[in-house]
Design a protein around this ligand. Structure first.
Ligand SMILES: CC(C)(COP(=O)(O)OP(=O)(O)OC[C@H]1O[C@@H](n2cnc3c(N)ncnc32)[C@H](O)[C@@H]1OP(=O)(O)O)[C@@H](O)C(=O)NCCC(=O)NCCS
Length: 177
């Protein structure tokens, strides 16, 4: 992929569409293989990612991409829980290719996904973040996520244990919209 990261103005924030599945898969795989941030160490297969994304689009769950020349360089999505008693909840996930980090794209992506989640009536938006991921935690704090607890030694990567912090935004008023 050509590196257009020097020109952040060329990055568009837009809903992830079926045509983005392949570049989304590449971006997910690249961030997963950093072995630091995500709950994957590599992306699931392209077919699995495609069917998951197409189902998500069908359901109308929020999913935004940072897009350069038609390719995803970052994403933020919120997946609704499927059991009826948990259907007011959504799990947030996000990632940005290394060259595009630290320049405000994370904030734009999460703002877009949260705005859509509020419109779609999500009452609770939740996430897990590794306790050493200071940049992600700073972003989540800024947009209103509240720490709910710590899962000690929740993650083990290459023999190193890390805590996971549970964070959530709860807005009952979204249900009446
Ligand atoms: C976490 C991530 C999505 C954040 O996106 P980003 O574009 O890098 O972040 P932004 O530039 O929008 O910065 C968000 C906020 O955090 C702050 N911030 C950025 N880097 C920081 C750092 N190292 N320490 C503390 N705060 C930091 C910024 O000041 C910014 O606040 P502002 O909007 O008030 O200026 C991105 O860095 C990433 O993809 N990381 C690897 C994958 C990952 O961690 N995914 C999340 C798993 S839970």
């Amino acid at each position: 992929m050509r590196d257009d990261s020097s020109d952040i103005e060329t990055v568009a924030i837009a809903p992830i569409a079926p045509g983005h599945v392949e570049s989304f898969h590449r971006a997910l795989d690249l961030v997963a293989r950093e072995r630091k941030y995500l709950s994957f160490l590599e992306a699931p297969s392209l077919d699995q990612v495609r069917s998951f994304q197409l189902e998500r689009i069908e359901r109308g769950d929020p999913a935004y991409g940072a897009i350069v020349r038609g390719e995803i360089v970052g994403w933020c999505d919120i997946t609704r829980h499927d059991r009826p008693i948990h259907a007011h909840r959504g799990a947030l996930g996000m990632g940005i290719l290394p060259a595009y980090r630290g320049r405000g794209l994370g904030r734009k992506l999460i703002d877009a996904a949260l705005t859509q989640a509020r419109k779609a009536g999500f009452v609770r938006i939740e996430l897990f973040v590794h306790s050493d991921n200071v940049r992600a935690i700073a972003l989540y704090d800024k947009v209103g996520f509240v720490r709910e607890g710590v899962q000690r030694d929740a993650v083990c990567i290459d023999g190193e244990y890390r805590d996971a912090i549970m964070m959530a935004i709860v807005e009952r008023e979204n249900a009446s919209g």
